[in-house]
Write a protein of this length. Sequence first.
Length: 565
Amino acid sequence: MPITALNHLHVVHIKQNLTVVEPEDDAVFLPRLPSLSSVTPTPKKKEYVSRAETKTALNFLIIGLQTGMVHLSIFGMLPCGTICLGKHIKGEFRVIDARISADFGFLHVTVATKEALHEMIFENGMLPNLLESLLRVATKHSQILTTMSYIEDVLMGITEAWETVLLEMDNKLTGYAKLCPKGSVSADFLELLVLGTLTQTLETFLRRELTEKGLKKLGNSIEMSYTTIQKLLVQPLDTAIMIVCYHLNSIRGMSRDKYHFGGLLMEETVTEVCHTAGQFMMKGFELQHTIDQSTRDYKIFFKWLYVVIIRLMDETVPDDVASITQQEINYLAEFLSNLDNDEDKEDVQSERKFNLERVGQYLEDKELIILPKKSPMSQWEAFLESNPTLKDSDAIYKHDRKASLMQVHNRLRQGIERVFRQPESVIGQNYKLRNVIQLAENMDNPVHSTHISLLDGSGDLFAFLVSENLLIFLEASRNHVIKCLRLEFQTKPYFDTKYGQFGDLSFRHLQFYNENILSLLLNNRTDSECGGCFVQMPVSILRQKATMVDVAEFIDIAGGVTAGW
């Protein structure tokens, strides 16, 4: 959506009067996020900061859109208010400028319709009282988003490593599975294991497609990919999830402080997201356990196939690979019994009939096809089953065995969005339109505007360049007094002949240099030697000449008269 107005307000220091007991530096508890450059197939050039410094400066970003919406956000990340101007204006209009006052109590929006230029003044009595709380929430929000971005890159790296496994299998094993009737893959391999007999299709596959050399290459490739996934899981993902859990639990503690954060954070929503983060951590542990099991099963499977291929070639089997224990046979039998893909027959997108790979199901946004029989949390789950009261406690994170890692990650991401949606709703509802001032008529030219807040906090100054001949100065004070002044160039000849040397002047641009000086760039429309002028105009003169505007004469764009302040 096209942006028509963009401004920001930077507050150098926010007084920290909150009674929340929290360390000023999270680095006391949090480790650094490991670099991903050495473990991901695709190099990552991003730098992540998990231990952000405590912020004392508040930065508001104000964006006006062509649709008539004005959005406010902190650090450009945390939404904290949305205003729909279309509720107050009839017909077509465009947002020229949108600025927030230094005390955060007022929002000034400059709007141009076909007929006139208007200054809309919105008041918010809640925002000035929430600055300290918003700073805390926005800081946590930025830290969580940064870490979640890191997690997404880790998951991308895991997916890339998994796709390498998938590609190798598709080149070999899946091709064989497509030649077999549905559901017969497991039966063929189990028959070979138990009875030692091969079907014609399986024998042809082992002799021509797989071969001894191809089997070793496939095994090495899969093992290397799994090693990469393990490296991404053990440290990067575990560390990032722990950091997110830390920040979310910190947010949960803040949500219980109803005095400071009651309107900004909903305790029930935050608690739910904390549980989802716990599920994400448990699902990561489960995936590690699955990889360990898959790596073990792969080695047994490829070792067994290697022996079968050598015997098919009537060659001598080396002693170091000929022996196989009963435990390994049990693992192999269980592994072979799950080779057929049990996915829905109507799943057109899935053409793979060979379900050798167990890890990939965790990286898809759907429920697991094969559940791990023995979870790393089995003893803990058994303990909870024997203690129903403890199992139903809100302090216990529930493990969703059917969900994939990607499903839980998406839940966590959506839950975090819900947690930080509250400030936008609460603060946005408190913006009330106080008055609308008509500044000029017949708006056919582009409008330049500038704004500055007085250092003593008594008000705000505005200047609007409506046309090349008209400048409007506006002062809005905190005691609800509006003063206005119109500056126009007189038609030549000027009364004072000493100004004749400047030629026929017009306004070109303007900008507040500070609260005492308004910088003006003037253009000479004649052929005189003076091409233009740069004027530093004292603001004190403008403030003295400005006259008070009767608020009863304020024009309501929607029709009628706007009530006074």
